[in-house]
Structure formats: structure tokens, C-alpha cells
Design a protein around this ligand. Structure first.
Ligand code: NOJ
Length: 571
């Protein structure tokens, strides 16, 4: 079982626009990724996942694809991709790419053909075109709202110049949704999967994997409360597990019909050698519903967003870890773990927010409850140290290994996320977690590229966070990640088993025990202190400190685990 690499892998997410820029145009590219593979090998990850680099007008950072089988000139060429892939493989790093099947770009030739074709045509049948309501079709077909704000429908002008039908876009108006009941769409995606599998990719992260199929008749729907940004059945918290069929779900998320698509893809992947995988981006809850995506004949992994959304609180962490391990194991899948990605406020900031911040809204200068940077970083380091000790597969988002915070002060005119525009600046959106990486403290664009250019401005404080300033520096966040990943591998923690330890029984002072998360994974004992007071580490707990997310203290001869710190001890 555990010989399947994806069950235990540490997977590093690359957001190509912001990772490394080889040609100095201010935009990351594939050659930049190739040039930085040695740094990733040194970090100790097993695989990389690349957010989209395919041909796209970039209205949603590439999640608006105009040609699924080519590379956007911004990022290079197919030859650059092949070179990057070969080099990654040579270094023993697997490569997963993003697949965006819910929608294409409005620049996609199919959508352009649909606009030029009449109502009822085969061309329109690949997307979700509908007549409007109201006397003259001037109102949208239903009340659905876009995840990015505003309505989920846009009216087209027919080729003869008259106001015409409407098309559905759950995201930006430049991202029309495909009609997955159309066999032509299904066949096209089989072709796309094969195109990349034949090139040698190790798998796909499937975008909006919960959204492809819409309920028959596209019925009106009003979400129960402020939902997450990427969708999901908001408001389900607290409903009984085991009664999934009765849980309400939006008519555009988590429809049963999606599973048949993934069974089809799984059998296609099974034709290929070498453990190729599908990883679901499915923002659904509760966890047992997410597990439907990773039944044995569907996908291999699903992102554990329940874990990402868990606050830095011991009881909540214990519960989500327990639920995750049990739920995914019930279908024979590994649990995954993730704290940051290109859609959420970076965890070095998020874990110290003091006000509600719905997913996707982002933070900016006028947000409430802005984080104290030092506290956020301390918690992020502790949270990562906890995560990397858990059995299963862990995702790391580029830059978290440098302790990068969310960039809060981006100037309004630099922002590019469609969320910002579609909500008239009410939601800041996701640019703050997408700022290009600092590699060298003294170089232009901090070594992101050979010039000063950077598609989003980098804060001046990032000089001190640059990789070269942290490399080899004891106690730096980079060295913490390297050590954690090396120990994780050495002790096979990804393939391990978690055994909870009772903090009070271990001798942690009763009043603090509730703040402590303590478990053993094989030979490693892990203790995280989510409280605000230091706790004494009992002598019985093992002599050697393998890893500590921050300096430990001491009092009366006892070792102290300070607030917001995680330690790994030899058992
Ligand atoms: C989820 C992606 O992660 C996000 O960045 C994108 O905007 C939406 N899906 C739409 O493709």
C-alpha cells in the first residue's frame, strides 16, 4: 500500500506566475522553475504541483484556459515544459499539473464558436447557454451568484446584434462553464488527459472537482449563509454524519453525477504505468462527503480543506485530525493535509487573524482584525511542524517555507484578482498570497528574476525573508522546513500511525493540558502548545529534541514548551 508514492508524499505547490522568472519580464516561467529545481530538491519534497501554465488570457491567473494542450507564451513553450519535467524526474521529483475542467476561457475556440453560432446549435451545447427570463429575456435564467461576486450569468449579443441568450459562469464572466452532460466535452477531456499523460506527467490536480455537473433544470438556489469562496456546501457544520443523501447541497456543487466522470478518468489513468494520480479540489463539507471523491475507483487524493480551515486550537485540531484519518481511511484513501495555497490567506497571517475572514475575501489595509506578524509566524511554524508529523500526504505552498506572510498593503491599482473587480473592491481577493518569491535578499526583485520587474510588487521587508538569507541559518523557517521534511522521511511519518497522548496523563499541568496537542507517530512524539502559557515537558517524554518550531525554555530544571510552539521528541 505505502509503496504508492502519493499516500505519503510531501507535495510542493508552484504558482508559476510567482515562483521564478528566467527572462526578466516580471512573470514567472517554466525555465525559471527548471532553474530552481535544485532548491526544491534540497528542501526535500517528493513532488511539485504546478498551477496552470497553459494558453490563457490570464483573467484568473491562468484558471481560464484557452488551449489545454499548449503552454502560454508568458511561461514558455512545450519544449520548456518537457525540459522541466525531465529535469524534475531526474531529481526524483514527480510533477502534477492543474486541470481546469469546469470552465474554459471565453477565448477558447469552442466558446468563440458558440458565440458565433445560433441558439440551439451544437456549438452552444458545449456550454450552458439558456434563454433569459422576464418579458424579453432581460433577466438571468436563475438567481445563481458567481463565486467571485456578482451574478453567475452574462447575456450575449447574438451575431445579428440583438440581445440574446445568457451563459453560466460560476466564476468570472471570462470563464464559461462547460456542459458536462455533453459527450463531446467528455471526449475532449479524455484527449487532454492523454496529451499530458503521454508527455509524462505524474498526475493532475483537478480544479473545482465538485462543480462540473449541475442539477437538472438549474433551479434557483440561495446559499444558507456566507459560503466559502471556492464554493462548498456552507452551513452544513453540525449536521449528522452518515446521512449525506439528505444534506442540502447547492445545485452546482457536489452533484452525484460528477463521480461517474472521475471513474472514467481513473480507468483512463490506470492504462498508464507509474502511479499517475488525480487530486480533487473539492470544497465540500462535511469530510465524509469529501471522501466520496476518493473512493477506490475515483480519485487518489482530495485536498483536506476542513484541516486548512481549522483554527490554531487544540480541541479543534484533535477533532479534525481524527475525523480526517478515519474518514479517508474508510474509503482506503490517505488523508491529505494543507495549510496554504494560492486561494487563501497565507497561514503565517491567517492563524493570527482576530476577525472572521471568509475564504477568498482576502485581507487588505482596511480589513478588520489584522494579524500581528510575529504571532502569525510563530503559529505558522508550529502548525507546519504539527502537520508534517501527520500520517498521509502533505501539501506545501510556495513561500511558506520562507515564512512569507500575506501581503496586506498591496496598492489598489496593483490588484489583479477578478474578485477585487467583481466586488468593487469590497473583497480584496487573493493577490496577497500570490506575490513573487524572494530568492536573494540583495538582488533586483529579490532574485525572483534578473530584472526589477515583478507582476505584483514585493514588499521591501521581504529582503530579510529571501531564501539565501535563511539558508544554513539555524532557526530560520527554511531550515525548519528542511529538517521537518528530512525527519518526516527518515522516520516514515507519512506512512505511520497516529496514537494520541493524553497531555494531562503525561504530566502537563491540568490547566494547560487542554491547549496541548500530543501524539506519537512511530518513534516520534509530537507536542504542540496552542495556548498562551508555556507548558513543562515531562522528563518521561523522551530525551532528544528532534525538531522545535521555536526556542524551548526551561524552568526549575524542566524543559518548557512555549506558547504557539511544536516540538518533536524521540520517543
Ligand atoms: C479554484 C482555483 O484554485 C482558483 O484559483 C480559481 O480561481 C478557481 N478554481 C476557478 O478556476
Amino acid at each position: 500500500m505505502t509503496s504508492e508514492w502519493w499516500r505519503t508524499a510531501a507535495i510542493y505547490q508552484i504558482y508559476p506566475r510567482s515562483f521564478a522568472d528566467a527572462n526578466g519580464d516580471g512573470m514567472g516561467d517554466l525555465a525559471g522553475i527548471s532553474s530552481r529545481l535544485p532548491a526544491l530538491a534540497e528542501l526535500g519534497i517528493d513532488a511539485i504541483w504546478l498551477s496552470p501554465f497553459q494558453t490563457s488570457p490570464q483573467r484568473d491567473g491562468g484558471y481560464d484556459v484557452a488551449d489545454y494542450c499548449d503552454v502560454d507564451p508568458l511561461f514558455g513553450t512545450l519544449a520548456d515544459f518537457d525540459a522541466m519535467l525531465a529535469e524534475a524526474h531526474e531529481r526524483g521529483i514527480r510533477v502534477i499539473i492543474d486541470l481546469v475542467p469546469n470552465h474554459s476561457s471565453s477565448d477558447h475556440p469552442w466558446f468563440q464558436a458558440a458565440l458565433a453560432a445560433p441558439k440551439g446549435s451544437a456549438e452552444r451545447g458545449r456550454y450552458l447557454f439558456r434563454d433569459g427570463t422576464g418579458e424579453n429575456g432581460e433577466l438571468p435564467p436563475n438567481n445563481w451568484e458567481s463565486v467571485f461576486g456578482g451574478r453567475a450569468w452574462t447575456r450575449v449579443t447574438e451575431p445579428d446584434g440583438t440581445p440574446g441568450q445568457w451563459y453560466l459562469h460560476l466564476f468570472d464572466s471570462s470563464q464559461p462553464d462547460f456542459d458536462w452532460s455533453n459527450e463531446e466535452v467528455r471526449e475532449e477531456f479524455r484527449r487532454i488527459l492523454r496529451f499530458w499523460l503521454d508527455r509524462g506527467v505524474d498526475g493532475f490536480r483537478v480544479d473545482v472537482a465538485h462543480g462540473l455537473v449541475k442539477a437538472d433544470g438549474l433551479p434557483d438556489y440561495t446559499p444558507p449563509a456566507e459560503g466559502g469562496s471556492m464554493g462548498g456546501a456552507a452551513g452544513l457544520e453540525g449536521l449528522l454524519e452518515g446521512a449525506l443523501d439528505e444534506l442540502p447541497s447547492a445545485p452546482y456543487w457536489a452533484q452525484d453525477g460528477v463521480h461517474e466522470i472521475y471513474r472514467d478518468w481513473r480507468s483512463l489513468l490506470n492504462e498508464y504505468e507509474g502511479d499517475r494520480i488525480l487530486a480533487a479540489e473539492a470544497w465540500v463539507d462535511p469530510l465524509p462527503r469529501t471522501a466520496l471523491w476518493v473512493r477506490p475507483d475515483e480519485m487518489h487524493q482530495a485536498f483536506n480543506f476542513a484541516y486548512l480551515e481549522t483554527p490554531w486550537k487544540a480541541d479543534a485540531l484533535r477533532k479534525v485530525i481524527d475525523d480526517s484519518l478515519a474518514t479517508f481511511a474508510s474509503v482506503g484513501a490517505p488523508s491529505t493535509w494543507v495549510l496554504s495555497n494560492h486561494d487563501v490567506v497565507r497561514h503565517a497571517s491567517r492563524l493570527a487573524l482576530t476577525a472572521e475572514n471568509p475564504q477568498g475575501h482576502g485581507i487588505g489595509p482596511k480589513s478588520k482584525g489584522l494579524p500581528i506578524a510575529e504571532l502569525g509566524l510563530r503559529r505558522a511554524r508550529a502548525a507546519t511542524a504539527l502537520m508534517l508529523a501527520l500520517p498521509g500526504s502533505a501539501y506545501i505552498y510556495q513561500g511558506e517555507e520562507l515564512g512569507l506572510p500575506e501581503v496586506i498593503g498591496l496598492p489598489d491599482d496593483a490588484r489583479q484578482d477578478p474578485t477585487w473587480f467583481r466586488t468593487n473592491g469590497e473583497r480584496y481577493g487573493r493577490d496577497g498570497c500570490r506575490v513573487p518569491l524572494p530568492w536573494e535578499g540583495d538582488a533586483p526583485s529579490y532574485g525572483f528574476g534578473p530584472s526589477d520587474a515583478s507582476w505584483l510588487p514585493q514588499p521591501t521587508e521581504w529582503a530579510t525573508l529571501a531564501r539565501d538569507r535563511q539558508s544554513g541559518v539555524e532557526g530560520s523557517t527554511l531550515e525548519l522546513y528542511k529538517s521537518a521534511l528530512a525527519l518526516r522521511k527518515q522516520h516514515a511519518l507519512g506512512a505511520g500511525t497516529l496514537e494520541w497522548l493524553d497531555a494531562e496523563a503525561l504530566g502537563v499541568d491540568g490547566s494547560n493540558a487542554a491547549d496541548v496537542v500530543a501524539f506519537r507517530n512511530g518513534a516520534v512524539t509530537v507536542i504542540g502548545n496552542t495556548g498562551s502559557e508555556p507548558v513543562a515537558l515531562p522528563e518521561s517524554l523522551g530525551a532528544t529534541v528532534l525538531l522545535a518550531s521555536g526556542p524551548l525554555g526551561s524552568a526549575d530544571g524542566a524543559r518548557l514548551l512555549p506558547a504557539d510552539t511544536t516540538v518533536w521528541l524521540s520517543a
